[in-house]
Design a protein around this ligand. Structure first.
Ligand SMILES: Nc1ncnc2c1ncn2[C@@H]1O[C@H](COP(=O)(O)OP(=O)(O)O)[C@@H](O)[C@H]1O
Ligand SMILES: [Mg+2]
Length: 268
């Protein structure tokens, strides 16, 4: 019996085989093969327009492939509908670059929305008025060091604090897969590091698979197990962050490479 589970077996949390996505008559993703083991944390890099957001939407069951097979937590999302599709999506936590919070709702309610999927509509509505699960929200906020902001409105928080609240919501959601689309590109380097560290710690504690796209290279050393690179819709490289040498980066980023170096030099 094997003692460990390599990413290419059926036990992968996420698996794409020969996946192509088209829009407006052209290929946005071309023939992508990818497997992410449960408990594996992957960084996704590539220049703007490479297809990172499209890949993440595919993995989050909010977009279907035109060709190939997609497997999310053992199910083919395109074969699910209604309640089954909703339950699958509830097992996937998604963090965007910004605007993750519902603005008119206080932090407590935003955090508790991580549980909405598991409540009846009535109970959910009741909790939007008067949360009965405050301890749970407070616990999650304590983990992101924002316990004192329970009753704040999102507009009263900084960008970094809002992302931490969004992570607290993921803590309450307890997803089996964590997807994040450039979650720190609106933050400075230090805050970005904090948010990525929290996200990876959450995935680790939860034993969740994670795929996090990053717009720059300075966070690749935060504990990812693997880096994958997209260029023009194709998976062109994967490996350890340590092995990303200048020649490889030039291949991945093309004309964007110089801009990338400029940003690194600026401390962005
Ligand atoms: N719905 C769509 N219709 C047409 N083109 C799209 C659509 N979604 C994305 N694209 C195009 O596909 C390419 C990849 O987009 P995206 O996945 O957002 O890349 P990234 O996140 O790496 O910047 C871009 O050229 C984008 O303009
Ligand atoms: Mg994008």
């Amino acid at each position: 019996m094997p003692t460990s589970t390599p990413a290419h077996t059926n036990d992968a949390a996420l698996a794409l085989r020969g996946v192509t996505v088209r829009a407006s008559g052209r290929e946005i993703l071309s023939d992508v093969d990818l497997a992410v083991a449960s408990n594996e944390r992957v960084a996704l890099i590539g220049p703007s327009g490479a297809g990172k957001t499209t890949l993440l939407r595919l993995l989050g069951a909010s977009l279907w492939a035109d060709e190939g097979r997609v497997d999310i937590l053992g199910t083919d999302p395109s074969a699910q509908q209604g309640g089954a599709l909703r339950r699958l999506r509830e097992r996937v936590g998604f963090l965007r670059q910004q605007d993750n919070l519902v603005l008119p709702l206080r932090v407590a309610h935003n955090v508790l929305m991580g549980r909405l999927g598991r409540w009846s509509t009535l109970r959910a509505a009741w909790n939007l008025v008067w949360p009965t699960d405050l301890d749970r929200a407070r616990d999650a906020l304590r983990q992101v060091e924002l316990e004192d902001r329970l009753w704040s409105l999102p507009e009263e928080l900084s960008g970094g604090e809002r992302q931490r609240v969004a992570i607290a919501r993921l803590l309450v959601q307890r997803p089996d897969v964590v997807l994040a689309d450039e979650p720190v590109s609106a933050l400075d380097v230090r805050l970005g590091r904090e948010v990525v560290d929290l996200l990876l710690a959450l995935a680790r504690e939860q034993g969740a698979a994670a795929v996090v796209s990053l717009h720059s290279l300075d966070l690749l050393d935060r504990g990812f197990d693997r880096v994958i690179a997209l260029r023009e819709g194709r998976l062109v490289w994967q490996g350890n962050a340590r092995d990303l040498d200048p020649a490889t980066l030039r291949d991945i980023y093309g004309a964007d490479y110089e801009r990338l170096l400029g940003e690194e030099a600026d401390g962005r």
